[in-house]
Each structure stands twice: as C-alpha cells, then as structure tokens.
Design a protein around this ligand. Structure first.
Ligand code: EPU
Length: 357
C-alpha cells in the first residue's frame, strides 16, 4: 500500500485552496484500508477521509493521514415491483451516477443533478436540492471501521440523517445531550458503497419554486425525468458557479430554522424576508436572502468573495494556480464577517455547512 508524502491538495478541493496532505493513501477497496490498519506505521495514525473535496475549507496542511476514496463501480442490485435498488462505489462522481441511472431507465435522482462531489460524500451531509434529499432515495450503505477494519452496513435510521447532517458528521461523545446519539462516526468510518432506492412508479417532484416556474414557462405539467434533469441543470448553471471555473463549495451556510415568533419579528422589520414553514412548526429562512440583505452580495475580502448571483456561495476569486488563490484564512475571515453582520441585524447565528480543516 503506497502512502505518498507532501501531496498538493489544490486540484483535489473544489475551492482550489493551496494546501498539502502530509501523507495520503488512495483507497480502491476495503483491502487497502485493512492493509493500512495492519501496517504498524499507520495503524494508529489519525485518519481523514477525503471524497471529492467539494465540501471542505482548508486552512492549512492536513496532518492526519488522508484516505482518498477511489472506490468505483455502479450496478443494479435488484428490481422489485416497488423500486430499483442501485449500488455505487463511494469514489464514483455523484453527477455521473445521476446521468447513468437516467440512461439506464432508473429515474429518481434527477432533482439532485450537478451536485459536486462523490457518492460516498452524499450521505455524510445528506445532500439535497430542488425538493429531494439523499435520505429520500437512500437504501443502505457499507462502511469500514477505521479502528478495527470491520465492514458494517447501516440503514437510513442508523445514519441519523438530518438537514445537511448525519452520524458521519459527529464525533462519539460519552456525554451526548438528550436526543443525541452517543455514537458518532466522524473520522471513524470510511464509506465503501452506497445503495439507493429509486421508487416505482416514478413521480416527479416539482414543488420547489424554481421548478414550478419551469413547468409554467414550458406549459409542461407532466415532464419526464430527463426534462426535470435538464431544468435542474439550467437552474443551477444560471445561479451557481461551476467549481471547475470558479472555486467554491456550494452553499457556505445552512438555512437557519427559527420559531414563528422570531420570524414574525423579522417580517415586521423586513417584510420581504424569504421564509418557508417546516413540518415541525418552525420556519426556515433563506440564508442567501439574509446575507444579501446585509449587502454582502458581490463583496470580497482579499481573494475570497461572495458570489454575485447567489450570496450563500463564497468563491475563490483567484485562479486555480498557486500564486493567486484565496487562502482558507481569507475565506474564514469573510465567513466570520458575514456571520457578524447577519447576527447584528437579525439576531441569527448562521452555521457553516462545509467542514473546516
Ligand atoms: N436569495 C436572495 N439573494 C441571494 C440568494 C438567495 O434573495 O443572494 C433568495 C432567493 O431569491 C430565493 C431564496 O433566497 O428566494 C432561496 O434561494 P435558492 O433557491 O437559491 O436556495 P438556497 O436556500 O439558497 C438551497 C440549498 C442548495 C440547493 C438549493 C435548491 C442549503 C444550504 N442550500 O439553497 O444546496 O441547491 O436550495 O434546493 O440548503 C448546497 O447545499 O451546497 C446547495 C447548493
């Protein structure tokens, strides 16, 4: 098993931030993990699982051993009267999987087209877009314990999915508060394969405002999966920067949920605040709107900027070349300045979405 030293990570993170992994191993299957665990040089070393680098902000070199997941493979596991069960290796590109499932005639992932990152990272932050979240299409996953080398399977309930959240984002904690699981799998497990459940008969999900608008514009109330895929790609390309061209990690903050009283208070002062009721009675506010209302859209600190067409997205205004890239420090300085503005004006502390290393 080859462990490389001092590996540049700029090409492996979609923010294109310059940093190095002190040590990096490519993982192409569970035996690669088992080999590392039986190597005395690496068995006890802290480890950091790396997917597509599309949800990470690097503020310096990465000291733990980076396990870069490159497990491939896509297949139909089972077709029943109620669903197609599709399995993909954790290192597969998410968007390529969406395209492949549609081409094979297994629809259901079209609303999540063009989300950057790998299949293995999808359950970690329960990716979602345009009315569908990964948990709505999830069957199970196989992972390997990075301490024992044991392979185990988790179903949806065991993954503890939440809004951009799962068991893989939390560390184990002996004194977990009420309602929290004491078992967290952050840096403890590496996802090997993910199985998705694509329900039959297929039903379009068109409730999200941008998609509802497309239905009206095209006078097409019964679009096919490929049509929805095309619309989602159009919508995303119009308002989100392509990470291959402008470094970014998608939404930088989560949309905050507030109580109806707190929302009424904000509406009284800012009647245009974009808000949506949630099933639990709380109200979700559009963080992009809050940031925009504070005047941040298009602004920069150093080479870190707020995207002109979507204030929830922070971008690297430098190129993808070493000399003119934003640093992780600049990105976090900008993020903190935004958090302060939003807190001072609305009394809401925005929570960051990507992992900061
Ligand atoms: N808005 C503004 N100004 C802005 C940005 C947004 O007024 O600068 C308003 C929009 O006009 C709209 C509302 O805020 O009325 C919501 O904006 P949008 O529809 O773009 O969605 P979002 O809430 O900002 C979320 C997800 C995205 C996902 C889209 C579509 C989060 C944190 N983000 O964004 O996910 O693609 O909905 O479902 O939940 C990601 O997680 O990285 C991501 C891109």
């Amino acid at each position: 098993m080859l462990v490389q030293k001092n590996v540049p990570l700029q090409a492996f993170n979609t923010f294109h931030i310059v940093a190095k992994a002190q040590a990096l191993a490519c993982i192409r299957g569970e035996s690669d993990v088992q080999d590392l665990l039986s190597d005395p040089n690496w068995s006890a070393a802290p480890k950091f699982v790396w997917g597509g680098g599309s949800n990470i902000v690097l503020t310096g070199d990465v000291k733990p051993l980076v396990l870069k997941v490159e497990i491939v493979g896509r297949r139909l596991v089972q077709e029943t009267a109620r669903a197609f069960i599709v399995e993909a290796g954790a290192g597969e590109n998410w968007h390529d999987l969406v395209v492949w499932t549609l081409a094979q005639g297994y629809p259901g992932l079209e609303n999540m087209a063009l989300i950057p990152g790998t299949v293995g990272a999808a359950p970690v932050q329960n990716i979602g877009a345009y009315g569908v979240e990964l948990q709505d299409r999830f069957e199970s996953l196989d992972a390997i314990d990075l301490q024992t080398g044991q392979v185990f399977t988790l179903n949806a309930a065991q993954c503890a999915f939440g809004y951009r959240d799962s068991i893989f984002k939390h560390s184990s904690s002996a004194n977990a508060s009420e309602g929290q699981s004491p078992i967290g799998l952050k840096n403890r497990a590496l996802i090997l394969r993910v199985r998705l459940c694509l329900p039959k008969p297929w039903k379009p999900v068109l409730g999200y405002a941008d998609l509802a608008r497309k239905v009206l514009e095209h006078h097409c109330s019964q679009p096919l999966p490929q049509q929805i895929f095309d619309w989602v790609c159009e919508i995303r390309r119009a308002k989100l920067p392509d990470p291959a061209v402008i470094g970014n990690v998608g939404s930088f903050f989560k949309n905050p949920a507030v109580s109806p009283e707190q929302c009424a208070d904000i509406i009284a002062r800012d009647p245009k605040v974009v808000h949506y009721p949630l099933v639990d009675g709380s109200i979700k506010l559009a963080a992009g709107w809050l940031i925009d209302a504070c005047g941040w859209r298009g602004k920069s600190i150093g080479l870190a900027g707020v995207y002109e067409k979507q204030a929830l997205v922070l971008v690297n205004r430098g190129g993808s070349k070493h000399s003119d890239s934003a640093t992780g420090g600049e990105v976090m300085t900008l993020a903190k300045a935004i958090q302060t503005s939003v807190y001072e004006r609305f009394g809401i502390l925005l929570e960051t979405e990507p992992v900061v290393v």
